[in-house]
Design a protein around this ligand. Sequence first.
Ligand code: TYD
Ligand code: MG
Length: 456
Amino acid sequence: MKQKTLFYCTACGNETPKWAGKCPACGAWNTITEQPETPKCAFKSGKQKNFTARKACPITDLQSDEEIRFPTGMRELDRVLGGGAVKGSLVLVGGAPGIGKSTLMLQICSRLCESSKVLYVSGEESEHQLKLRAKRLRVESASLYVISETSLGGMLESVTAEQPDILIVDSIQTLYNDALDSPAGSVSQVKDCTMALMQLAKGQGITVFVIGHVNKEGSIAGPKVLEHMVDCVLYFEGDQHTSYRILRAAKNRFGATNEIGVFEMRDEGLSQVENPSEMLLSGRPDDAPGTCVTCVMEGVRPVLAEIQALVVTSAGGNPRRTSNGFDYNRSAMLLAVLEKRGGLRISACDAYLNIIGGLWLDEPAADLAAVVALASSYLDRPVPGDLVAIGEVGLTGELRTVSQLAQRVSEARRLGFKKCVIPAHRLEKLGDFPGLALLPARNIGEAIRAALRPKE
Ligand code: TYD
Ligand code: MG
């Protein structure tokens, strides 16, 4: 019998019966590929029977302490997971090649091995290479089992043989099920292997960490469905040229997704950065126009970040506007407010905004610092190095309050800042901050006057 083929979109995983240039589901071009039809259930395990045999029960009869969390030994990772890993969960760790995913996973093994048995299945490195890396990272424990394996069947056999508490799979793109004809890393393989891992996690209570590479667009290579299937999706990000790495949760069934973990890649592996504000502010220029510090909330943590702006007279008719780490539309709005309400003739200028440290500021609280940095660059007047600006800017140029202002101001004081520009109507409610002067401003004009140093 001729084998049936189906067409999949490599971007979203949508199935279509015939080829098309554009995916009808997600609208991406040239992403539809032909692949043999996936058998309805390529993966068979004895456990499946148990699933159907289970009965529904009233929610009130369930024990609420069934969610068992355990620390991974990396506080920054635990924080992103929502206070430790949950037993029997499937966690996907995505990131660009070389960012440090394998390093992070191997490093957490040292703590995990103290109380659990860990099986590390690598399709990317040989056992010998793993040994060398583990030796360098000083992760050597008799309860860490490693195997270099790419076949799903082989991996399941080692799981049955070793009965680990924790399974680490490096990476989902190298794992393949030989019952399927498609190559490793293809849509059907990635889906099928993830399904098998999900059954291990839910059926046997094994905590599974899966590494996935991201493609050029920044999503995990393979279909989006992968992200729907797992419990947590963590992204490991960072600039290849700097040693700082940020781990963030894109999805978490057991906690909030607004936490970040900060790491630094060193010779001896990843080390945790307890104080991200200090890291983000290191190397800040003294007395240069066009930079201002603000405080944003990353989860429950206040983090100080530097916003840089460069405003120069445009050479052509169409001024260039770029923003890096800051919402483009928001920066366009702030430039318009500066022109109309701040009285700066900025529309004829090129304007560039950049957030230092690879951070992405999507909080309105960063508006004021962006406006101050732009004005500082335009007027060529520096902002004092010990000043922070916090506040949302409205379309009439007024300053609006932001949430958790007191916490943000305390963080600025803790890091030695002496002045803080805040929305005026919050001054009374805020209380005192010894050693830090609060500079109230009602609108951007007042804020710029308060923040910029007078021209000599
Ligand atoms: P790796 O964990 O192999 O990345 P991934 O699994 O995400 O592809 O990390 C690779 C990079 O990390 C590599 O460029 C070298 C660097 N590195 C260090 O700087 N120090 C170390 O101790 C280790 C293990 C890696
Ligand atoms: Mg790797």
